[in-house]
Design a protein around this ligand. Structure first.
Ligand code: NAP
Length: 486
């Protein structure tokens, strides 16, 4: 197979601002590495504040025309993006694997998932509606007029280089907003490729801008401090989310925050264990465990603990680790050395406190940022991995004996993104759905991401929803008109 980098010509490894692909004003660049080898794969422009503000300038100027573009036309451009991404799925997937490390099959899944946001919001673009009704006391009418919020700043993480941007850009464009996306420094190439695709299908200049930078702090804070910015949508860690919320407060920006998670996956004794095992494998190992909705803690009811644990450990131990572009690889490289070191420390901490390693647990020698699929049992309550986001292929298994006990443990975290429950008892499933303090629940399913469903967390996992009908509302303001009509 050819070099995946061939799909992104050198002139497109630069800032996408308005109708131009340009170098940073300073001329600075930074390198992007393949996490599986540590080798440099590309150099991209390293934007400074002046470049970020140039992008905001064109996004602001493009707003009026884009907002006034007929919804059907905007819809067609989104649909064309969906088709282009789908047709070029293999190229996009290989680029994702190269810069992020996930196995190619998973990258293909991400392209299908990311593209689907464009199809979904192509359909939503033509269904934005207001209301007209008689005021309850009579005498006048109430009219609501939805309007695009304005230029949006998007800050995205490295773990889904396409989908996390698609989830913001598609609804924003559907609503009539213009955008500036700052992708993660470790994975900027996929977002540049998306901008290129959107240029090719005819999205007007200034509507989709991409600013790559190693200086996220200064560039993003300058954007958030500028009164022309009207909205921030951020996906990333809770820690950075808090910082950005503070900055957004000064300008009273609308915000959507998709932050970290600490999902509990609960396997009840009455569950279909085959279904629970499949679900746990997906919930833990999708994206090498580098997912905000990854199962961070696996609670298994005592009567099935032994059987579940043995079968789960067997499946985890059978996974093959390697370069994501190689055939037959289930588990690719983690994003960087810091990530591997953090996971290694969390495992060592759990073992020091009494946990036992059933599978994995030792980082391999050699190049690339690899960590093997790992299963731990007898994990004590004070192990740090039960509180921290593991963000890797490590599964702690903990037993439980009552629903009240496991519900309390599941909720004992600052996060509230998702929970998973495996049971054949409908009432039990509904009690967990009502009792878990999360924005989402997977019932007998380990895969919940779906562009047609409202994705988002509560507590310190975030504010707002992405996908579904709710997703477009994040990009619409409502003007209410009172109309005198005695
Ligand atoms: P991160 O460190 O918070 O970084 C996310 C983005 O924020 C990157 O683009 C990063 O730029 C930028 N950033 C970092 N510091 C900044 C600052 N001071 N000002 C402005 N921007 C800043 O998160 P990550 O490690 O990339 O991603 C993993 C995290 O994302 C996990 O916590 C995961 O749970 C969360 N996540 C949540 C969801 C969800 O939907 N809830 C989905 C996916 C991931 P640089 O790359 O230059 O550092």
């Amino acid at each position: 197979m050819s070099d995946p980098m061939n799909v992104l010509a050198p002139e497109h490894r630069r800032l996408r601002i308005g109708d131009a692909w340009r170098d940073a004003a300073s001329g600075a660049t930074f390198v992007v590495e393949d996490p599986a080898t540590g080798k440099t794969i590309a150099e991209v422009a390293d934007a400074g504040v002046v470049d970020g503000l140039a992008a905001l300038d064109v996004a602001s100027k493009a707003l009026a025309e884009w907002a006034a573009t007929p919804p059907r036309k905007r819809s067609e451009l989104l649909a064309a993006t969906y088709r282009a991404l789908t047709e070029r799925s293999e190229e996009v997937a290989r680029l994702i694997t190269l810069e992020m490390g996930k196995p190619l099959a998973e990258a293909r899944g991400e392209v299908a998932y990311g593209a689907e946001f464009f199809r979904w919001f192509a359909e939503e673009a033509v269904r934005v509606e207001g209301r007209y009704n008689t005021a309850p006391a009579g005498g006048y009418r109430i009219l609501t007029v939805p309007k695009p919020v304005g230029p949006c700043v998007f800050v995205t993480p490295w773990n889904f280089p396409l989908a996390m941007g698609a989830r913001k850009i598609a609804p924003a464009l559907a609503a009539g907003c213009t955008t500036i996306t700052k992708p993660a420094a470790q994975t900027p190439l996929t977002m540049l490729f998306l901008a290129r695709i959107m240029e090719e299908v005819g999205v007007p200049p200034g509507v989709v801008n991409v600013v790559t930078t190693k200086r996220a702090g200064e560039v993003v804070s300058a954007l958030l401090a500028d009164r022309r910015t009207r909205k921030l949508s951020f996906t990333g860690s809770t820690e950075v989310g808090r910082v950005l919320l503070r900055q957004a407060a000064d300008n009273v920006l609308r915000t959507s925050m998709e932050l970290g998670g600490n999902a509990a996956l609960i396997v009840c004794a009455d569950a279909d264990l085959d279904v629970a095992l499949d679900g746990a494998m997906v919930a833990k190992m999708r994206n090498i465990g580098e997912s905000c909705i990854a199962a961070n803690r696996i609670y298994v009811e005592e009567p099935v603990r032994e059987e579940f644990t043995a079968r789960f450990a067997e499946r985890m131990g059978a996974l093959s680790v390697g370069h994501g572009l190689d055939d037959g690889v289930d588990v690719g490289a983690l994003i960087d050395e810091a990530s591997v070191a953090k996971i290694d420390e969390l495992v060592a901490d759990a073992v020091d406190r009494g946990a036992r390693v059933l599978v994995g647990g030792e980082r391999p020698d050699g190049p690339g940022h690899f960590y093997p699929p790992t299963v731990l049992v007898d994990v004590p309550e004070d192990a740090r991995m039960l509180e921290a986001e593991i963000f890797g292929p490590v599964a702690p298994i903990i037993s439980f004996t009552s629903d009240d006990e496991v519900m309390a443990k599941a909720n004992d975290t600052e996060h509230g993104l998702v929970g998973y429950v495996f049971t054949r008892d409908l009432q039990r499933a509904l009690r967990f759905t009502e009792g878990l303090e999360t924005g989402m629940v997977g019932i007998n399913r380990g895969l919940i991401s779906d562009p047609s469903a409202p994705f988002g967390g509560v507590k310190q996992s975030g504010i707002g929803k992405e996908g579904s009908h709710e997703g477009i509302l994040e990009y619409l303001d409502v003007t209410y008109a009172a109309i005198d009509l005695p």
